[in-house]
Ligand binder design. Structure first.
Ligand code: ADP
Ligand code: MG
Length: 221
């Protein structure tokens, strides 16, 4: 599950007056099993880049290859989205079901897992994010901000992605919540997953990550 970009470019609103060149000929490799940080100023293209890792955005030019999937046909996109789980900034805003269990089983069932099996997966992933099974029948709206974010991450882990991509996942959490969240990613990395983390915090980069990608004005430095 390594990731390779060759001259990857992304233009928003191409051929319109709002055309914006957000990624410019990015060439890089992210190794399988790494814990890779992506840093750079606001507007440097970090979120644009990571949305290519699960084909939420498609290259305007160049290509990105994830394992054996070179981004091309729509049918492969679905398989790729299962391999590479993207956690947006403030993912808790995407919880919408009445119970936590329903939120977690939504993804696996969308990919064809039976309800029974998806519920077993929910029990497993809720523990992975440090909460116990009793949470499954609660409403996601009764939880604290940090707990909601864990549930959103559990929903991604339920699809058993090989690559977990996190866009500024500690934003808005208190210091203890930040520490717990980073330790959660460390434990997920230790399970053998590739973890890609967009962050502003150099201490996190030094303490947790073994690779770093620096972005600046749409380019990788
Ligand atoms: P970062 O995550 O590093 O802050 P982004 O990838 O979100 O950067 O944005 C890179 C640039 O692309 C910014 O200048 C931003 O304004 C622009 N941009 C982001 N999303 C869109 C969009 N949907 N349409 C047009 N421009 C966008
Ligand atoms: Mg961003």
């Amino acid at each position: 599950m390594s990731i390779t970009c060759k001259n990857l470019s992304h233009i928003y609103g191409e051929k319109t007056p709002f055309e914006y060149y957000a990624l410019k000929n990015v060439n890089l490799d992210i190794q399988e099993g790494s814990f890779t940080a992506i840093i750079g100023q606001t507007g440097s293209g970090k979120s644009t880049f990571i949305q290519h890792i699960n084909a939420l955005l498609l290259p305007t030019d160049g290509q990105i290859t994830i394992d054996k999937y070179t981004i091309s046909s729509p049918e492969k996109l679905k398989q790729l989205r299962k391999k590479s789980g993207l956690v947006f900034q403030f993912p808790e805003y995407q919880l919408f079901e009445e119970t936590i269990e329903k939120d977690i089983i939504f993804g696996p069932m969308n990919f064809g897992t039976s309800e029974e099996e998806a519920k077993e997966i929910a029990k497993k992933v809720i523990k992975m994010v440090g909460l116990d099974e009793t949470y499954l029948q609660k409403s996601p709206f009764d939880l604290s901000g940090g707990q909601k974010r864990r549930i959103a991450i559990a929903g991604i882990l339920a699809m058993d992605p090989d690559i977990l991509v996190l866009d500024e996942p500690t934003a808005g959490l208190d210091p203890q919540g930040i520490r717990e969240m980073m330790d959660l990613f460390k434990s997920i990395h230790q399970l053998g997953k590739t973890v890609i983390l967009v962050t502003h915090d150099m201490n996190h980069v030094l303490e947790y990550c073994n690779e770093v990608i620096v972005m600046n004005e749409g380019c990788v430095e």
